[in-house]
Design a protein around this ligand. Structure first.
Ligand code: ZN
Length: 203
């Protein structure tokens, strides 16, 4: 059961930004998701107001990554994400940036790796957002259910949206259309780095 204090902040967030951002914030504040981002496409005003909400929310903290994507405001649940992971993320090299981001956002490792290596079948559902490694990725299905149940309980007005089948996008890209972050030759190093980051995440 979420505290009244957290629910009050979720309601405040709902007045600032889009339903998607409110849902993400609820998931992080409830501890279901490690972290998320108020990205650079948002105005500074929205980011500043969101930061104020975060500061008043127990166990949630924000940071900016000054090295890369300095306009993004990241936030995370301090009970789930270690300070060491955040420091690692801040110092991550550009080529590993998306991996750290994926881990912070709670994407399953199988999906992060599949994305990095340029898998051609992409599926994502509204509650999970990341591109699934396969249509039947067990970890993603579990996340989808978990997130949807939290939304249903605390933000019922968005529960239909989060389960709406029509929102599910099943897209098939060819390799040219996919933004491949890591060259195939670097995949081994990427996996090593992912394992290291995951270990830090669990500290
Ligand atoms: Zn997966």
């Amino acid at each position: 059961m979420l505290s009244k204090k957290i629910l009050r902040q979720v309601k405040k967030a709902d007045k600032i930004d889009t339903p998607r951002s409110t849902i993400e914030f609820l998931l992080v504040a409830s501890g279901a998701k490690p972290g998320d981002v108020i990205d650079l496409i948002k105005t500074k005003k929205v980011q500043d107001e969101f930061k104020k909400v975060i500061e008043k929310t127990p166990n949630v903290n924000w940071f900016t990554n000054t090295k890369i994507m300095s306009l993004n405001v990241y936030y995370y649940n301090t009970e789930i994400v270690s300070g060491e992971f955040i420091e690692e993320f801040k110092n991550a090299d550009k080529e590993y940036f998306s991996i750290y981001e994926g881990i912070l956002f709670g994407y399953p490792p199988c999906c992060i790796l599949s994305n990095e290596s340029g898998n051609t079948i992409k599926k994502r559902m509204p509650a999970t957002e990341h591109y699934w490694c396969s249509e039947n990725c067990k970890k993603s299905i579990k996340l989808q259910k978990k997130y949807a149940s939290i939304v249903e309980e605390y933000l019922p007005k968005y529960s239909k949206m989060i389960k709406e089948k029509s929102l599910m996008d099943l897209e098939i890209y060819n390799l040219k259309q996919i933004k491949v972050h890591v060259k195939k030759a670097n995949l081994k190093k990427t996996i090593e780095n992912l394992e290291k980051a995951l270990k830090l995440h669990l500290l």
